[in-house]
Structure formats: structure tokens, C-alpha cells
Design a protein around this ligand. Structure first.
Ligand code: 5OB
Length: 152
């Protein structure tokens, strides 16, 4: 259809989440009003039914960068934007958890090797290791996400 949500970037807004990006990507477009720290006249907010969204608990001098964040999170979900990258990403991502540590090449870098399990060729063991790493990281850094199915 032709629904275009009207958003206002504002630290007073409801937190913008991956789910919101997913929903926006389904719309035919979006209008984003960039808030100012001093705020936008309440009459405008109400008359245009602006939905206030925040990108986090910090102050910005203006909402332009916040608008770019909303756009980036949304546009990368549009068909054809990411190619194979995205599908591979979301498949390997365990719902509700932070991503496990990644190791690429070379096998030894500045005297540091990579976890042995990753070179074992045992894909079930690798999968289990990644899952466990994701859980440990999430519990340590983002306990608020534990048990939350909403994160990508
Ligand atoms: N802080 N989200 C968090 C925001 C923000 C500041 C903004 C807009 C969105 O503009 C001042």
C-alpha cells in the first residue's frame, strides 16, 4: 500500500528497535522530521501525528544523524541492497543474542592464534561454541536482552 509513517527523531521518543526497521522496510516510504534538542512545537507534533522515536539515551545537537540511523537500519533490509551478506548474516544469528566473536585470516596474527575449535572442521562443535559464546556475551553485556525474542 502507500502508507508512509511520519516520525520525529527525539530523545523523548520510544526506543527504535530492529523490529521497527523491519516494519518500516515494508512501507512505501517514510517521512522523518529531524528534531532539535530544544524540541519541536507540540502543536506540530500533534497536528501531523508525528511518532517520536529515540535512537538511544544520549543527547545530540540535532536529529539529522538519528534520521540517518533509522534510514540505514531500514534500507539495508530492502531487497537487493545487501546481496548475499544479509541472508547469511541473519541465518547465522541466534535470535535474541549478541553475535559471537569472529575470527578470519591469518591463523596467527601478532602472535595470537584463533580458538582451536574453529579450525577443527567439526561444524556441530563450532555451532555449539558460537552459541555458548553468544550466551556468555549477552548475559555479561546485555542482560536486558536475555529472554527477549525481539532482537534480530
Ligand atoms: N537522542 N535519540 C536519542 C535522538 C536523540 C536526539 C535527537 C534525536 C533523536 O535530536 C536532538
Amino acid at each position: 500500500d502507500d502508507v508512509r509513517p511520519s516520525l520525529l527523531t527525539s530523545p523523548r521518543g520510544r526506543p527504535f528497535k530492529q523490529d521497527d526497521a523491519r516494519k518500516l522496510a515494508q512501507q512505501s516510504g517514510v517521512v522523518i522530521i529531524c528534531g532539535r534538542f530544544e524540541g519541536v512545537d507540540q502543536r506540530v507534533i500533534e497536528a501531523r501525528a508525528l511518532e517520536e522515536v529515540s535512537i538511544g539515551d544520549y543527547v545530540l545537537s540535532g536529529g539529522e544523524v538519528a534520521a540517518q540511523v533509522l534510514l540505514d537500519a531500514t534500507i539495508r533490509l530492502l531487497p537487493g541492497v545487501m546481496g548475499n551478506h544479509q541472508s547469511a548474516d541473519s541465518e547465522s544469528f541466534e535470535g535474541g543474542l549478541l553475535e559471537y566473536p569472529h575470527y578470519t585470516r591469518p591463523p596467527e596474527w601478532e602472535g595470537q592464534t584463533i580458538p582451536e575449535v574453529l579450525t577443527s572442521g567439526n561444524h556441530a562443535k563450532i555451532e555449539a561454541w558460537r552459541r555458548q559464546q553468544s550466551e556468555v556475551l549477552t548475559r555479561a553485556r546485555r542482560p536486558d536482552l536475555v529472554g527477549n525474542k525481539k532482537f534480530d
